[in-house]
Design a protein around this ligand. Structure first.
Ligand code: P61
Length: 457
């Protein structure tokens, strides 16, 4: 059959509260145009993030009931540890309450002033955790990864030439670890090829630098490899994932993405000495090493989710969702990052609203319009999230891409929800000439998009 269906039945539902354009205009005003500050109840389709928003399966909920809440050595920890070891091959498994906790521990141990940590593209929490240690976060994605129109199949790849050059320039002693974000979230959810993971590894091997995967969306990356990279078509996604991890020395993981749970994460590696130091930090800040800030039931749900996320029918449906939305947008001439990524559609805000310069946050203006028009909540990934003001000249330093991400929670919305989202995007696109630039009226010192306030120009 040609139709790819949602490979699950729904046995519990959560009502969506409908609102009017007028009401939403009021909510947006009250939130001072920051979509993070709008009550979720006032959102019709919530595509703010795919993080922690998945629907858990019956087997995961059953695991919740089986959770062993012993402080030390809980049965649920051993089940979690075994599943992480089985999928990643890493021997040392350290639970954390979410991805950024794993990042803070890792970079707290390896970072420090003068150090440089490269990646294809660091996501904002990773960058913030590196910079808060006084280190530099270097983004070295290939040129195609910065071109929204390029159809290159692995736009998340690391530019290994630039990596080599960076190592030569700053010296391997200043680079304690190299990251690879799979898939590349800030660059459109684009995958990294196995070949590129291997080539990155070879460069690092020559200089004795370890490689860690930021593995949030490892299963989606494995599926793209299966579909797009020669020699992998007949391999299982589990097997491909295992091969990806086998090229690395460790990983940070937000289980809120490809472990299909609402909270959780882990840090995993093979280096026993580094793991011992990480566990010492964990005990001070997160909890005992067999729960790391999570409940036993959370560990059960993660173990089960890690198994389910690699089911091929799930991944086929998952990736098809973004492709389907992409096809409809393409037919209507709406600019977005092509080919569609695994977990989201990213509108290309520069091309969508070319009359708004980056310093007036075109992505934020589009995101606000999508909310007012149809109650669809999205997230700006552009000058708000990654832009900076030059302290010397006061001019705006724009990041390479101005994007609006519509991220898809896992197993939550059906095809008709996506048809509705497409209709809302087309409507905003049709009226794009009336979109107005914005300005920031308040911003905190770091990760400003969460709490900034805005007005129109
Ligand atoms: C997201 F607006 N991502 O995409 P934690 N690495 C990567 C991520 O995508 C990621 C983390 C590490 C989120 C949530 C989010 O400013 C924002 O479990 C590739 O969220 O700590 C998270 O994992 C961190 C949204 C994070 C944001 C920060 O929506």
């Amino acid at each position: 059959m040609k139709t790819i269906i949602e490979p699950f039945r729904i046995k519990m539902v959560e009502p969506i509260r409908m609102t009017t354009v007028e009401e939403r205009r009021g909510f947006l005003e009250e939130a001072e145009h920051n979509l993070f500050l709008i009550a979720a109840e006032n959102v019709i389709i919530d595509l703010l993030t795919d993080s922690g928003t998945a629907a858990m399966s019956d087997a995961q909920w059953a695991g919740i009931m089986r959770g062993d809440e012993s402080y030390a050595g809980a049965r649920s920890f051993y089940r979690f540890q075994e599943k992480v070891q089985e999928i990643t091959g890493f021997t040392q498994v350290i639970p954390t309450h979410q991805g950024r906790a794993a990042e803070r521990i890792l970079f707290g141990l390896l970072g420090g002033p003068g150090r440089v940590i490269p990646s294809n593209t660091h996501f904002d929490t990773t960058r913030a955790n590196i910079e808060s240690q006084g280190s530099e976060a270097a983004d070295l994605v290939i040129a195609a990864g910065l071109d929204p129109g390029s159809l290159y199949p692995f736009k998340g790849n690391m530019d290994v030439g630039r990596l080599e050059e960076l190592i030569r320039r700053v010296g391997p002693g200043q680079i304690p670890v190299c990251m690879l974000t799979v898939t590349n979230n800030s660059g459109g959810g684009q995958p990294v090829s196995m070949d590129n993971i291997r080539r990155t590894r070879e460069v690092l091997n020559r200089h004795g630098i370890p490689l860690f995967l930021d593995a949030c969306r490892f299963a989606e990356n494995a599926y793209f490899i299966k579909r797009r990279e020669s020699g992998y078509g007949e391999r299982s996604c589990k097997d491909i994932a295992r091969e990806m991890f086998s090229c690395a020395d460790g990983c940070t993981m937000s289980a809120k993405k490809d472990a299909l749970v609402n909270i959780g994460g882990f840090l995993a590696m093979n280096d026993e000495e580094l793991a011992r130091r990480a566990r010492n930090v964990l005990i001070v800040t997160e909890g005992f090493p067999t729960y790391g800030g999570l409940a036993g039931r959370d560990l059960e749900a993660i173990a089960q989710g890690l198994e389910e996320v690699l089911h091929e029918d799930y991944l086929a449906y998952r990736i098809r969702t973004a492709e389907y939305v992409g096809e409809k947008l393409e037919a209507a001439g709406v600019p977005f990052v092509k080919p569609p990524g695994g977990h989201a559609i990213y509108l290309d805000a520069r091309a969508f609203a070319p009359h708004i310069p980056p310093r007036e946050f075109p992505g934020q203006a589009i995101a606000c319009a999508l909310y007012v028009e149809g109650g669809v909540r999205s997230c700006e990934i552009g000058s708000v999230m990654f832009g900076r003001t030059d302290p010397q000249t006061g001019t705006h330093l724009a990041p390479p891409l101005e994007l609006v991400r519509l991220a898809f929670p896992r197993r939550v919305y059906t095809q008709s929800h996506f048809d509705y989202v497409i209709e809302v995007i087309l409507k905003v696109h049709a009226g794009r000439s009336s979109l107005r630039g914005m300005r920031i009226t308040y911003e905190p010192p770091a990760l400003r998009h969460f709490t900034a306030r805005y007005g129109y120009r």
